[in-house]
Design a protein around this ligand. Structure first.
Ligand code: ATP
Length: 298
């Protein structure tokens, strides 16, 4: 019988992103409020008799070797466990690449979970998380999913009350932004205003969507917005169509808006699709994993 697993890897957004400073080891000390949204990469893992890991993907420009985070996740667990069979990874990407949505990290997290189950490795969440952190800073969060506070370089995680039901619009500009360059540029800046992460967590605790939106802030936007004008333009389009808040996610350049009603969200999507710099526009909603709120189904 074919041994196969299908997993959905969701995108993440940052409702809040603060950089507290740069550590001696070069990592940045972060404080972020994370949420997952219902835009998924679909990953199918199939055990093969022939050894080795092969990747097939619908995004021809992505690496299919050890430079792909999904490949690295599979190799890490399979080598450690001495698995003699091979693995075929079908990666159907929907999450925009290099967009501030942690698509690669989410794929890696999904592959860690899938390989653990397929080969019965018996690793618990903590063990997977420790291995995931060696692949990328966002991987432990992508294993956890849902609304959470991420500290340290992103690996110290605390679950938070779920983002109240809402509509979320994602708009990815055509520009490509390098996360490393964004952090380098931020290092040369001083005295930025810190977003009120505590205020946002208090709003989440009260189930206050407007409060969550009011406290949205991302210091990395200070770097990305001036070099990518679409960021500010998309934000204005969303706010003009009734978004409670609109901001860039991660190091960008994707901008997201939070809407209380679907009609306004749809109007924003239509307006954004008219913008010449809009590469991809999604209307989506928060995703909370099963067991956290009783949801978790697609
Ligand atoms: P983050 O929000 O964590 O900064 P991102 O959304 O900006 O991540 P990704 O989509 O994860 O960025 O991809 C960043 C780079 O990683 C790309 O340039 C891509 O070539 C490489 N990469 C490796 N594996 C993957 C993968 N499975 N999916 C997407 N990109 C991948």
């Amino acid at each position: 019988m074919k041994r196969q697993i299908r997993i959905n890897a969701p995108a993440k957004i940052n409702l809040g992103l603060d950089v507290l400073g740069r550590r001696d080891d070069g990592y940045h000390e972060l404080r972020m409020v994370m949420a997952t949204v219902r835009v998924f990469d679909r990953i199918t893992l199939t055990v093969t008799a022939a050894p080795g890991i092969r990747i097939q993907t619908n995004r021809g420009f992505l690496p299919t070797d050890s430079h792909n985070l999904a490949w690295r996740a599979a190799a890490m667990l399979m080598e450690e466990a001495g698995v003699e069979e091979g693995l075929f990874i079908d990666l159907e990407k929907k999450i925009p690449v290099a967009a501030g949505l942690a698509g690669g990290s989410s794929d890696a997290a999904a592959v860690l979970e899938g390989v653990n189950r397929l080969f019965d490795l018996g690793l618990d969440r903590e063990a997977l998380s420790a291995r995931g952190a060696r692949i990328g800073a966002d991987v432990p969060y992508c294993l956890m999913k849902g609304t959470a506070l991420a500290e340290g370089f992103g690996e110290i995680l605390t679950p938070l009350p779920a983002l109240p039901p809402c509509f979320i619009v994602l708009a990815k500009p055509r520009a490509h932004i390098s996360t490393a360059q964004v952090f380098d540029s931020l290092d040369r800046m001083t005295g930025w205003e810190h977003p009120d992460i505590d205020g946002q967590m208090a709003a989440l605790a009260e189930g206050d969507l407007e409060g969550v939106a009011r406290h949205m802030g991302n210091v990395l936007e200070l770097v990305t917005a001036p070099i990518c004008p679409a960021v500010g333009e998309f934000r204005e389009i969303m706010l003009g169509r009734g978004a409670l808040g609109a901001m860039m996610s991660g190091s960008g350049p994707t901008v997201f808006g939070i809407f209380a009603d679907e009609e306004s969200a749809r109007a924003a999507c239509n307006a954004l699709r008219e913008h010449p710099q809009a590469a991809e526009v999604f209307l989506t909603a928060p995703y909370e994993p099963a067991g956290r709120t009783g949801e978790g189904k697609e």
